[in-house]
Write a protein that binds this ligand. Structure first.
Ligand SMILES: Nc1nc2c(ncn2[C@@H]2O[C@H](COP(=O)(O)OP(=O)(O)O)[C@@H](O)[C@H]2O)c(=O)[nH]1
Ligand SMILES: [Mg+2]
Ligand SMILES: [Zn+2]
Ligand SMILES: [Zn+2]
Length: 401
């Protein structure tokens, strides 16, 4: 028996469980039929179980036996008669974007504690809504509303932008469940044959892990997350390389954040990815992996000013692959110089499709111990490049060069 298109499953961008986009749960809209009392809002046990979220919401629609009605589009509430097209994940009850289907790729972000994930995500979120949306004439928004990580990131960004901007505190390891990831839907008109536009859409989901979730024994969540992704962004802390250790300490970087070397982190992530993908012996990991050296601003002095690693990102509505390969080569040389030759060989041996990037969320060095943004303010540098590469790699964005 072949599995038809209607049975195809894909990961929920919120809980990463496999779900069938043609059999989703539906939340009552509360627009009751005449003469009926609309369903009220109450704590949803699935939301509590998955995210510890007790926000009152209307119930999901059930049939006469009490089982959730599963639908491709809409359903009628048996209790209040309201028709609803509010599609939610049958497991975690998160609202799914209208265009959610089995082709929606999922991208993830991982990195060890202190590598700059939280700062990067906060800046990337703003970049997506502003410069990136403009550059690609795209409409980018957050379909689930701005709950969870999305709203946290917005607050953190504000804190960084304020006078005497403060950097986020260390992201806490979740004791139970996970926090709600930041989910984005990106829609735009893609130039088709004969210059005819076609509306295309993709969804991506970023989960801000505490880092040690992925690089230690407790790998279950990491496994679940990376098993669902179609591409991964790995953040590497340049200060973690043996050759930069003294420099980092002299700058006042927290020595605790330098304990795990990038190579150790990559080894752990590689194991998680191999397990998640069930990579066969002597085969390489298939997911495209963008390996990003964060905090590249701290090394700007070592890079010629006219080199693409230091030049601001393009404003043209396509991904410049030639420039990106140029950056890749330069970053590889820098990593090698910092004592990371082994890491480069690890990448080459285990990944079918990877690309190196240099990015900086802050753009200028902070006061590391005081957790203060540089007095020049936030100057993000190439934070969207890895995501754009992943999208271009899937043919979702135009690629040139
Ligand atoms: N120089 C520089 N330092 C950064 C940058 N981003 C983060 N950092 C430093 O790295 C620390 C940890 O960042 P954070 O985002 O909390 O890391 P996370 O643990 O991976 O979430 C910050 O407090 C900063 O000191 C950057 O773009 N440039
Ligand atoms: Mg963090
Ligand atoms: Zn879900
Ligand atoms: Zn109802």
């Amino acid at each position: 028996m072949t599995v038809g298109i209607f049975q195809r499953t894909t990961a929920c961008p919120y809980c990463y469980d496999q779900i069938n986009p043609n059999a989703l749960a539906v939340r009552c809209s509360g627009k009751a039929a005449p003469g009926k009392q609309a369903c009220g809002e109450a704590t949803d046990q699935n939301r509590v179980k998955y995210f510890g979220d007790a926000t009152p919401v209307r119930p999901t629609i059930v049939d006469a036996t009490g089982a959730q009605k599963l639908s491709r589009n809409e359903a009628t509430c048996g209790l209040c008669g309201s028709e609803s097209a509010i599609r939610v994940c049958p497991h975690c009850h998160s609202r799914l974007p209208r265009n959610f289907d089995s082709d929606s790729p999922m991208f993830g972000l991982v990195g060890v504690r202190g590598s700059g994930k939280t700062v990067m995500l906060a800046v990337l979120q703003r970049d997506l809504y502003t410069t990136i949306a403009q550059r690609f004439q795209a409409s980018i928004d957050s379909p689930g509303g701005k709950a969870g990580l999305s709203s946290d990131l917005e607050l953190l960004l504000k804190g960084m932008e304020n006078q005497g901007g403060s950097l986020p505190e260390q992201t806490a390891q979740k004791s139970t469940g996970m926090s709600i990831p930041a989910v984005f839907e990106w829609r735009y008109a893609k130039k088709g044959f004969g210059n005819r536009d076609r509306q295309v859409s993709t969804i991506f989901s970023f989960y801000d892990s505490a880092g040690e979730d992925l690089a230690t024994e407790d790998r279950a969540l990491g496994q679940h997350y990376l098993g669902a992704t179609d591409g991964v962004i790995i953040l590497l802390d340049p200060f973690g390389f043996s050759g930069n250790r003294d420099l980092a300490v002299s700058k006042g970087v927290d020595p605790e954040s330098l304990e795990t070397e990038p190579e150790t982190v990559l080894r752990a992530i590689t194991t998680v990815l191999q397990t998640a993908e069930r990579t066969k012996k002597n085969k390489r990991i298939k997911q495209p992996v963008a390996v990003v050296v964060s905090k590249i601003d701290a090394f700007f002095d070592d890079i010629p000013p006219d080199h693409p690693v230091r030049r601001p990102a393009q404003r043209l509505p396509y991904f410049d692959d030639a420039e990106s390969r140029d950056i890749h080569d330069h970053v590889a040389a820098m990593i090698d110089q910092w004592g990371g030759g082994q890491l480069l060989r690890l990448l080459e041996a285990n990944y079918e499709n990877y690309r190196l990037f240099g990015a900086s969320a802050l753009g200028a060095e902070p006061e590391y111990q005081q957790l203060k943004v540089n007095a020049r303010g936030l100057l993000p540098h190439r934070v969207a490049d890895p995501l754009l590469w992943l999208m271009a790699d899937r043919g979702f964005l135009a690629k040139e060069g």
